[in-house]
Design a protein around this ligand. Structure first.
Ligand code: HEC
Length: 154
């Protein structure tokens, strides 16, 4: 058999084999009363642009079932939920909520949603109006963040 053919078969087997590696892509059940409460227009933006990674209501597209892409997607969802989970918002105490709102205030400036995600989901991109609506929902005073020496840096 030629080297090319051997390599070809090798890659085919490898691609099939990596599909078998288990990856957690579940949407855990959570009590609806724990869900974040926000005015309908703000909630709609969060659902549209953030929920795929920051809630238990992730929409898993077909390509999210194919390795190796699914490893990266599952990692973003896992880490995203660890940071901030809008489906379990009421589990956070007041101090944590305040901190998270400060982070959200900053994150919507540029960092979030993640760039790769926006490329695949152009509708998720925040308009300046979306950003302002989210920011006013957080109730954060930007001067307070700027003057806080312990502020979260990006
Ligand atoms: C494609 C998945 C994805 C989407 C969509 C997404 N995030 Fe994130 N988010 C992450 C990940 C992953 C992290 C963890 C930090 C990192 O890896 O950059 C994170 C971290 C955060 C953090 C905490 C840490 C930080 O960097 O500020 C906040 C706040 C945040 N996201 C807010 C949002 C908001 C608000 C939206 C919607 C406008 C959003 N994210 C959309 C994946 C996502």
């Amino acid at each position: 058999m030629s080297v090319g053919k051997t390599l070809g078969i090798f890659f085919l087997v490898a691609i099939v084999a990596i599909q078998l590696i288990p990856v957690d892509m579940s949407n855990p059940k959570s009590d609806p009363s724990l869900e974040v409460k926000a005015p309908a227009e703000v909630k709609a933006i969060l659902e549209r642009s953030c929920y795929d990674c920051h809630s238990n209501k992730t929409h898993w597209p077909w390509y999210s079932h194919i390795a190796p892409i699914k490893w990266f997607i599952a990692r973003d969802v896992k880490v995203g939920r660890q940071w901030l989970n809008f489906s379990e918002w009421e589990k956070y105490d007041d101090k944590r909520k305040k901190k998270l709102k400060e982070m959200i205030f900053t994150a919507v400036g540029l960092a979030m949603p993640l760039g790769m995600y926006v490329k695949a989901h152009p509708y998720a991109k925040l308009t300046p109006k979306d950003r302002d609506l989210i920011r006013s929902w957080t109730g954060v005073n930007p001067e307070e963040i700027m003057n806080n020496p312990k502020r979260h840096l990006y």
